[in-house]
Design a protein around this ligand. Sequence first.
Ligand SMILES: C=CC1=C(C)c2cc3[nH]c(cc4nc(cc5[nH]c(cc1n2)c(C)c5CCC(=O)O)C(CCC(=O)O)=C4C)c(C)c3C=C
Ligand SMILES: [Fe+2]
Ligand SMILES: [Fe+2]
Length: 380
Amino acid sequence: MSSAMDQTAPAGSTTLPEDRPRAARRRVAVVLFNLGGPDRIESVRPFLENLFRDPAILRVPGFIRPWLGKFIARRRTKAASENYAILGGGSPLLELTEGQARALEAALAGETDAEYRCFIAMRYWHPMSDACAAEVATWGAEEVLLLPLYPQYSTTTTGSSLAEWARAARKAGIDLPTTTLCCWHSDPAFAAATAAMVRAAWHRARTELPGGVKLRILFSAHGLPESIVKSGDPYQWQVEQAVAAVVERLAMPELDHVVCYQSRVTPQKWIGPSTEDELERAAHDKTAVLVCPIAFVSEHSETLVELDVEYREEADRLGVPGYFRMPAQNSDPGFIAALRDLALTARAGSRRLCSFAGGRQCPKAFGDCPHARARAKEMA
Ligand SMILES: C=CC1=C(C)c2cc3[nH]c(cc4nc(cc5[nH]c(cc1n2)c(C)c5CCC(=O)O)C(CCC(=O)O)=C4C)c(C)c3C=C
Ligand SMILES: [Fe+2]
Ligand SMILES: [Fe+2]
């Protein structure tokens, strides 16, 4: 069995736009961050140990964390392993992120001023930041663009990943101009691409449903412990903003929709309403549901098992008259085009607003987000 801290080769794409003179173009490493998932059943426990030893996730005094983290990981291993077994023994997240990396590289290949290469840094399973930073250095990057694949900023996801990157980059001796993207939850192109996917899923659902049955959209996001939100984490507010941006673009008058939260994994109070409670309400209202993931841009266990198996079964059991699920973005062309534009505008330092804590707008540039940097420093 591999240990929790094993490092294996990262999976950055190797596509090079050979048709342009390399020397003329600045080498920009685009680092894509995601959470990571176990590659096989034996990796589930060390993956969970990595996750629960993160101070951004387990907010208890440092001296208890290693012990408590191991304890929680051990307790969670069975349930998580059962989920990954349904997926053939591991998470598809890395493969899908590699697909996004290749698609984004292709979308950026036409740029004349820079040569972009995408790298992947997962937070809790390979390839992790240390291996990724080594690859970035070996490639000879002259500039770095950090792009968390989390549309909404949370201290538990983007914040934690950026802090880990800062540590790994220091260790690898990377001291390069760095642009950090965060808080792209309401980016117009991202909202438009997501709205197009919602609309397609809505039409599919409507054609399958009998005429008189009402349909409600459940915008389902990963939950967070309420205490983390109360301590200033902007995630919930940004989820609401993301949904508002998508709904505005849907322009469907009197659309029945709600924001709800899934994937509760600890006994504390988590933000709500929970997706499960919304299934009960839908059953009570004799209304079918279209579940649209709003905080995940790739399929993984929480979409493919929690949404597609567990909640679907629960909906059936409760008598919800129809259950549909919008796919995650993965390498959807509209989504990749939005990421490309985000990367380019961030690099150009365009002054698009970034939104951060509880209802406040970040007065600074959208790209090089001062909040993200401050948080990374705080966590380092
Ligand atoms: C206290 C625990 C957790 C918090 C807070 C949390 C926040 C959070 N997570 C994601 C996205 C993902 N989570 C994934 C897996 C996963 N997350 C937790 C715990 C917390 N997440 C656990 C224990 C696990 C492992 C799976 C399980 O045991 O159920 C994944 C990857 C899963 C995969 O299949 O690869 C993602 C992606 C977000 C967006 C978020 C808060 C904003
Ligand atoms: Fe999670
Ligand atoms: Fe910000």
